[in-house]
Design a protein around this ligand. Structure first.
Ligand SMILES: [Zn+2]
Length: 215
């Protein structure tokens, strides 16, 4: 349990780091982050369809929970819901197997910097101080940790439901939040290919983790 809380803590720190990039106004960082967004979207979609869904379909009504997760991403506090489920995905993944936990940790990490960046940008655009923007990034990190902690309280035989919910949230975030960002960037044609590179990266990483850690 301590192991995946440590992984969730690292993911939480990336939220804060993403927010810090914005508050220090590194414009070059912004351009590079777009490639993280695109690659992360491909990786997350692959993780959801290739690993999370198959691992959760053995419980009744699994796909109802996938849909509920998807709609959760739509909610008013969408970014907050999604961030809680970053922690849920990491913890649930490690409760199923080390290789699934490792691959979901990477799926979360690949979009954490842009996530902290986004919340801090929203805060600054709303006229809030840099301190408030950094605090908002920290808040997302705390929600991620809370998600991992809450998941550790779920009985092992119910963990597939947590995985189904976080698969739905992951599909929403990748397909409905991140991919439109990629499509919007007409000045960076390589971005679409970066999505596909994210998919290939997932296949390589998933294979390597399965070999190293077992299924
Ligand atoms: Zn996230």
């Amino acid at each position: 349990m301590l192991a995946y809380l440590a992984f969730a803590a690292v993911a939480a720190a990336a939220d804060v780091a993403g927010a810090a990039i914005v508050t220090r106004a590194h414009k070059h960082g912004h351009a590079r982050l777009r490639y993280f967004v695109a690659g992360g979207a491909g990786f997350m979609l692959a993780a959801a369809f290739v690993r999370m869904l198959p691992e959760s379909t053995h419980v009744p009504h699994a796909f109802l929970f996938v849909l509920l997760g998807y709609f959760g991403g739509l909610a008013v506090f969408g970014l907050g819901v999604h961030t809680v489920f970053d922690g849920v995905a990491i913890a649930a993944g490690f409760m199923v197997s080390a290789s699934l936990g490792a691959v979901l940790f990477l799926a979360v990490m690949l979009h954490k910097l842009p996530e902290g960046f986004t919340i801090a940008s929203i805060m600054l655009a709303g006229g809030h101080s840099r301190g408030a923007a950094l605090a908002a990034g920290t808040g997302l990190g705390v929600l991620t940790l809370a998600g991992a902690l809450a998941t550790s309280l779920i009985a092992q035989h119910h963990i597939a439901y947590a995985l189904a919910l976080s698969a739905g949230v992951t599909i929403y975030v990748a397909a409905s939040d991140l991919i439109p960002e990629v499509n919007r960037e007409d000045d960076a044609p390589g971005l679409a290919y970066t999505v596909f590179a994210g998919l290939l990266f997932f296949v390589a990483v998933d294979w390597a983790f399965s070999e190293l850690l077992g299924h």
